[in-house]
Design a protein around this ligand. Sequence first.
Ligand code: UDX
Length: 459
Amino acid sequence: MKKKIAVFGTGYVGLVTAVGLADIGHDVFAVDIDRTRVKDLKKGYLPFYEPGLKKIMKTVITAGKIHFSSESDKAVNRSDVIFIAVGTPPLEDGRADLSQLRNAVDCVIEDLDSSKVIIIKSTVPPGTIDALKELHSAELESTKSEIVFCPEFLREGTAVHDFYHPDRLVIGSDSDTAARIVDDIFFPVVGKRDVPVLKCSPVSAEMIKYSSNVMLAARIAVMNELAEMSETVGSDIIEIAAGVGLDSRIGNSFLNAGPGFGGSCFGKDVSGLVTAAAARGVELGLIREILTSNDKQRLRPALRLEKAVGSLRGKKIAVLGLAFKAETDDVRGSAAFDVIEYLTEKGAQVKAHDPLAEYNFIRDFKKKGYSCTELVEDALKKADAAIILTEWKEYRNLSPECLAGCMKGRVIIDSRNIIDVNAFRSEGFTVFGTGMVEVKPKLKSRNRSDFMNAAIVSM
Ligand code: UDX
């Protein structure tokens, strides 16, 4: 049933949620304190790249289903439901910074004039919702309002897809009525597709969010350490991922070794959980190690290059990929920072390329000694070696002939195992993938999905 909804925060989570809710039939007021951003959003300009979002946003703006504003009071008074999806970035000591969340909740509580459901989507430490309910118990009681937690599981680069195809809807609420309202709001993407709906306490829902990201981060950290082992014993991490992934209890997604996980969530949520536990006298030693292990991986592509070509001083190195993953312009937590800093400190001349993230990288990386190029060929021209850090389709499809024509040297560090090694070997290249030593031409193509199919077919 159509609801009047306010969404506080128009970042990666808030904007996708606001546009998606408008598109599935609700009347949405998206609120942000950043007036410039609100102005841009009204014109249909996106503050970041997210595949498919621009088109849907234009549709719902034209249909008058979404309004952008900085006036929080108006948004609260006209809405039955208020989503809060503001940032909770990590503080120096790893704890989650809840200042934006508290400000947004204070704004909403101040303007509460009737019974409303306040849905927190921001990732918060366990116990946050209960503390907010305690703090504002008088206003909540007097207006018969409720605060619930409804974690988001959106991935950058596929956030629009993830909004319309959630694996589950988790509702952390002490009130059945409020939980039913949340369930109702998402019915068009949940009810119609029989998506599991888990109703639980707010603190369990907060822990489900943290635990999901911890499990995903751990999976990647384990695969990256197995990759390190593979490079010494001569096994092949793609074969290991295929074999392990065939175990129905493990499954075959999220087993790709690489230069360590990046992004704004895994690191933040792992350290957020570890510090929240430590504050309660609980030492999460194994979970804490995920970050130590991951930090080690980020420099490995540069170290493998140094081992392959010797001294880096004066060498021309092409670094392909600055975004923390493909299909995003977000560079937060990208291994490119570690790799380019190391190379330039060792005296290499670095030319970097990324289809989308160049501007954000230059904005955030203040070191000297490197430059960015518009075209991938310009980064590769006369390069002694190349390092692939992000699994962009453009790099997956690089032709060996093109690189042989552009580059001076014949060494490639493919940290994402995405190029067809056999084709490059036949052009005289030595390719070092993550988790393999020297790739023997065992299968037509070395990328993982082809291998997976070949392996399974041949069983
Ligand atoms: C993550 C969670 O997946 C999502 O559910 C949560 O809501 C937010 O945090 P995101 O960080 O946007 O999403 O992207 P994700 O696809 O999870 O990738 C995170 C990092 O892990 C990237 O650096 C990616 O390259 C890396 N990764 C992912 C691997 O190295 N190997 C894999 O197999 C998968």
